[in-house]
Ligand binder design. Structure first.
Ligand SMILES: Cc1cc2nc3c(=O)[nH]c(=O)nc-3n(C[C@H](O)[C@H](O)[C@H](O)COP(=O)(O)OP(=O)(O)OC[C@H]3O[C@@H](n4cnc5c(N)ncnc54)[C@H](O)[C@@H]3O)c2cc1C
Length: 370
């Protein structure tokens, strides 16, 4: 099999790059090791985006949400399926890209890459695709940030919010203080769970928590509806309880370090996720700093390996401070197509972001003035 552009990852930005390529007449193959937009599939059922529909819309197709509110996971997945169909894409789902090799030497008449695919279920099924250029859009949420504490692998402990219905009538301990932790705590309390939340900081910070959630979690914890354990970290988990200890900075300030056991039937460790940089690394991309940010040129999205590009949140490595989102990645497709294939920017723009009528530019300072 041969193509001009192979795109690894069918998240929103992978789909957008593929749609822009298809729109420009470039033969593309879009591959995902899981379902379409597997990262979004892995979100808790019924959760909402924090970005507005205008920012989440891709490929020049407006995102209509049922009540003109922030889109839910389910609305967005339905929308992405529609975008794939309307843009005529045929993603190869359930195929993992296992290796990307530069084609070089006398046996390679054309420059480009050999890309190895392995079927996600039947691993003896393998294929190699020849591609002139490759884009890696594998996101930044491949694996949970493990705490490495005793009991973390117990069956009632999860790093994924999942369906909150399962917490009905149960004692749930949530660990974390950002959007996912706070949203799950509020929703689980609302549907009838007894909820406690442990956070390593002394208070919820509205820099990290969406304002609607920040308001509500502060109210619920202040009124005692949800038990709040500020400045604590979990140190072990048993089948019945989570043991919390004072956060290290408190201990450094002279706190006794006394632990407390909080009863739990379920434990949600909302401690963030990490990117899987193994494909980038094995393809020869240089990874920089603690966050393993791939080395790339911001004007073209090309990495230090010529012809190999990054797009979407994969370009930001392990984001400890989230700066890269879907809404900040809409220019990636145009930059890549211009550099790799000389596509005019206007042509690529017709297949990126939302429709022009809905487009209004704004930056982080417009959302969080402080
Ligand atoms: C509850 C929640 C709310 C969020 N809200 C927002 C929000 O409001 N706004 C926002 O912008 N972001 C939000 N995010 C983050 C959002 O998920 C990412 O910004 C978005 O998915 C990034 O898109 P992407 O296309 O860059 O990568 P992803 O969507 O992460 O897609 C990566 C894809 O690559 C595939 N893949 C990985 N490795 C391979 C391989 N070797 N071979 C083949 N395929 C591979 C994966 O299966 C996956 O489908 C939220 C996340 C959560 C959990």
């Amino acid at each position: 099999m041969e193509c001009d552009l192979l795109i690894v990852g069918s998240g929103p930005i992978g789909i957008e790059v593929a749609a822009a390529a298809r729109g420009a007449g470039i033969k593309e193959i879009l591959v995902d090791r899981g379902q379409l937009a597997q990262t979004v599939v892995d979100w808790p059922e019924g959760s909402r985006f924090f970005s507005s529909p205008e920012r989440m819309a891709i490929a020049g197709v407006p995102l209509q949400s049922t009540h003109q509110e922030l889109a839910t996971r389910e609305e967005y997945l339905a929308y992405l399926r529609g975008v794939v169909e309307v843009r005529g894409l045929s993603p190869r789902l359930y195929w993992s890209v296992s290796a990307i090799r530069k084609k070089a030497g006398p046996g390679s008449p054309t420059p480009g890459f050999e890309v190895d695919l392995v079927h996600s279920f039947f691993t003896d099924r393998r294929e190699t695709v020849l591609a002139r250029a490759v884009v890696i859009t594998t996101g930044d949420m491949a694996k949970p940030n493990l705490l490495g504490i005793p009991g973390e692998q117990l069956p009632h402990v999860t790093h994924y919010g999942g369906d909150v219905h399962r917490f009905f009538g149960q004692r749930l301990v949530v660990v974390g203080g950002r959007n996912s932790a706070v949203e799950t705590a509020i929703r689980a309390w609302r549907l009838g769970a007894k909820v406690a939340i442990s956070y390593r900081r002394p208070a919820f910070d509205n820099h990290y928590v969406y304002s609607r959630l920040h308001l509500e979690i502060n109210l619920l914890t202040r009124k005692g509806a949800i038990d709040f354990y500020p400045s604590t970290v979990p140190v072990s988990i048993s089948p019945d309880a989570v043991t919390l200890a004072p956060a290290p900075d408190l201990v450094a300030e002279g706190n006794s370090g006394k632990t407390i056991d909080v009863p739990a039937d379920f434990v949600f460790l909302a401690t963030g996720y990490n990117a899987d940089a193994s494909l980038l690394r094995s393809a020869g991309v240089r990874l920089e700093g603690d966050d393993e940010v791939p080395a790339y040129d911001a004007e073209t999205m090309e990495t230090n390996v010529s012809g190999l590009y990054v797009a979407g949140t994969a370009a930001a490595g392990n984001q400890r401070e989230y700066q890269a989102f879907v809404g900040t990645s809409h220019d990636h497709a145009g930059k890549i197509l211009a550099h790799a294939f000389g596509v005019e920017p206007e042509r690529a723009e017709a297949f990126t972001g939302t429709i022009p009528r809905r487009h209004y530019p704004f930056g982080w300072e417009d959302i969080e003035p402080e």
